[in-house]
Design a protein around this ligand. Sequence first.
Ligand code: 13P
Ligand code: SF4
Length: 303
Amino acid sequence: MGIIETQERIRRLLDDNNAILLAHYYQRDEIQDIADILGDSLALSMEAADTVADVIVFAGVRFMAESASILSPDKTVLLPRLDAGCPLADKITVEELRKAKAEHPGAKVVTYVNSSAEIKAHSDICCTSANAVRIVDSLDADTVLMVPDGNLARYTARFTEKKIIPWKGFCYVHNNLLVDEIQKVKDTHPGAPVAIHPECRPEVVEMADFVGSTGGILKFARETDAQEVIIGTEQGIMHQLKKESPGKTFIPASDHLICLDMKRMTLDDILKALLEMEHMIRVPEEIRAPASLALSRMLEASR
Ligand code: 13P
Ligand code: SF4
């Protein structure tokens, strides 16, 4: 079956099952094109909490589908590829978090949504890269333990009076972007602003003209007068950048900004998921309830 035929079958099945397809900007182009909602992790979790659909098909990675199921436990949440994980989410265990909490008894725990349901359940509140500073500032504590992404924690620390204790996790895709690579691209495109995701290293963030979530980078690209923009995040975002700003040129900061987990899912996986109603994502209630509290607090503080 060709791409268009598969896309049409998926759209028909979504309609027949009162289902919606939520897709992240890092997904394959042909998946992004048929999504009901295409967004960054914050926008997608808001949609998952609010939707009236019976079935949510998540084109993203596991923590995203898990969050949808945590927020909407009565809905059927499908993750078409069970092996689409997020290595950053695996960079802290519950035991490690317990130990860190014991070492910093007065600190509140802010957990990046790129984390397991269990880690969320042991946190005070969640955040995404779009709202981290706001979330940290909303807390009535002077010290904040931010897990699992150290780079996002260090970036947040620049904008808050609170003491931030960063965990040692990182995203291999963004952490691998180096200053020299960006400098080379800057040299060949003088004057082009640099837009960077806050999961990048501090010295890379230092080179940015704009730092923000995927949704933030898209907004910056739409609004800037510059005709060329250097993009420091996963290359899947290029598709929507070009669609939203067709007259502008977007240059990847490096050619290795590819998240293999985000790229696992294909149209065929989504079609199979809808035909067989697989793979259902459910979180045990004793983990779901406290994790839901951490996510709902985040949504509340972000609206
Ligand atoms: P956003 O919150 O910017 O969508 O990022 C999600 C992600 O996985 C970044 O690596
Ligand atoms: Fe996880 Fe990084 Fe992939 Fe985002 S880009 S899903 S943080 S591994």
